[in-house]
Design a protein around this ligand. Sequence first.
Ligand code: H79
Length: 455
Amino acid sequence: MKKVTLGLLALSCLGGIASADAPKDAAEQVTTSARQPARKVPYIPAPENLQAREKFADDAFGVFIHWGIYSMFGQGEWYLQNCGMPATEYAKAADGFYPSKFDAAEWVAAIKDAGAKYITITTRHHDGFSMFKTKESPYNIVEATPFGRDIIGELADECRKQGIGLNLYYSHIDWTRDDYPTGRTGQKTGKDPQKEDWAGYYKFMNNQLTELLTNYGPVGAIWFDGLWDHDQDSIPFDWQLEEQYDLIHKLQPATLVANNHHCEPIEGEDIQLFERDLPGENKAGLSGQAVSQLSLETCQTMNGSWGYRAIDQNYKDTPTLIRLLVGAAGKGANLLLNVGPQPSGEIPAKAREHLKEMGQWLRANGETVYGTRRGDFPAQEWGTSTRKGNKLFVHVFDSSNPTIHVPTPRKVKSAKEFATGKKVKFTRDKKRGGVTLTLGQVPDTIDYIVELITD
Ligand code: H79
């Protein structure tokens, strides 16, 4: 295995796991660091890539899909590792994978109706099972299941037909292949340590990435996950990201490279990801990293699980999800909201219901979310703000106070209720700066929106 000790870019990012949903062995405070070598050749994003970043930020809302043979066990996507069973036993599930109700057209229609502008789907998660047609391993949906269909291909076609984007999740970890050098996770799956071969595994990944970026039309983003598997190696593990990122950008210059390493962005990445927390917040313990100037995305579960977990019916209600989306937009971040389809191929009914309600809300209020950038100030106890040109949308989640202070540094010219166009009284706050809005008696709503015109 190639080990690099020179030219290390030490990125310190502290992450303590506090979430009840985090893997069991992650209960203690941990330190993670990307510790990857600096690039040899500086990364200069192509013009179409820069454009894609803006389009990505405009899109504001995507739906994440975790689906694989793990869904059949109904215990989340980490089941192979958490259960500690041999990968050979786990793999037997593939023989029974027949999602008789899978319909790409239905998925895409439901997701589009929710107001999401793109889908990010797991093409291969840490279990190592490929959900697409690949020549690189027989352990894939077309060859190893009776279903035999390339669901990534079907989804790609439908996304194109219905006019939404497709991003592809790709795991850096593999708990099944012998050639993947085992890290902090997946130590009990029976891989043969004698057969670890980083060079071989790296080639395998790059060949699969080439398939993904060649066979399915335009790919919005490649969404990596798992770098943290080797963040505590005594000799920093070199994932050879420069060559891998360059390969992606060479195959599709507009494809955004994203990596869920929980650290500050590494050169060559086009967007910055946050897991289970809004940028700058760290309640779940995976997001202590500084917020960069890149376009941002926060992924979050609709209940508490990524892959289908039968016992987890603990869904966030629709107002919470809408405020999450608006709260993300207020910080300049997209929300990537997860669903975990069932073994049948259906999206759970509760998730469908919430998506539908989000769509209803977005059809009325989407103008204050899509195409906006972060607001003029950090989130306030009453809510947040988003900006589009000279419009500042003030989003009031808690309207129990008849007046609120809006600390914008810009001069406010007018204020009106977004829903009705009715004028809203505002006075300049000479002491604190910004303006005070007099809301009066406001109906209890998910998000009371005031539109300010500023200079
Ligand atoms: O795909 C979903 C999850 O399966 C994956 N990312 C999302 C999008 C994910 N896996 N683990 N986590 C998220 C939480 C990370 C836990 C970690 Fe650790 C804590 C990584 C490093 C420290 C636990 C302890 C796992 C490895 C060591």
